[in-house]
Design a protein around this ligand. Structure first.
Ligand SMILES: [Zn+2]
Length: 157
């Protein structure tokens, strides 16, 4: 119970911090940074109900997708499955497409494929990058920090 309260506090803090910090940088538009920030908060929310693990580290027997997103060439395969299993938290598939990407968002979660997802999950064991955008180089670290390629430290949860 104590852990649950702690996690809820983190998620609430994360969501508020995300919005405030990124709106100062770009008050009018959707940004890659904002997408990654929101995905991080939603993923943490999902983990609260799933043994504090992200979907790619949790077996399908426990509601995750670990067996379906095996590693190849330093990346987890089928990233859309990772997002699909978290659809209740993520709400809108639009979140999965970087505004700089030519990919288009899925119209609903049932039709989601990798063609509707900009973001990838690297598996480098020496890195703390959870997710990255291959289009503009924005990365999300395991502590919830989002960095743009320019080196701008966009936010810290
Ligand atoms: Zn991007």
């Amino acid at each position: 119970m104590k852990n649950l309260i702690y996690l809820v506090a983190i998620v609430l803090t994360a969501t508020v911090g995300c919005k405030k910090s990124d709106e100062q940088a770009n008050p009018n538009g959707i940004t890659c940074t904002r997408n990654l920030c929101q995905i991080y908060a939603d993923m943490r929310n999902w983990e609260i109900d799933h043994h504090d693990k992200p979907p790619y580290l949790l077996s399908t027997n426990e509601g995750g997708v670990m067996e379906l997103v095996t590693e190849k060439d330093g990346m987890r395969q089928n990233p859309h499955l990772i997002f699909q299993v978290m659809s209740n938290e993520l709400v809108n598939p639009l979140l999965l497409v970087c505004p700089q990407d030519s990919k288009t968002a899925a119209k609903d979660w049932q039709h989601l494929t990798d063609a509707n997802v900009s973001y990838v999950f690297p598996t480098h064991s020496m890195s703390n990058v959870i997710m990255q955008c291959p289009v503009d180089g924005t990365v999300m670290l395991d502590d919830g920090t989002v960095w743009e390629k320019s080196g701008r430290h966009s936010m810290k949860f």
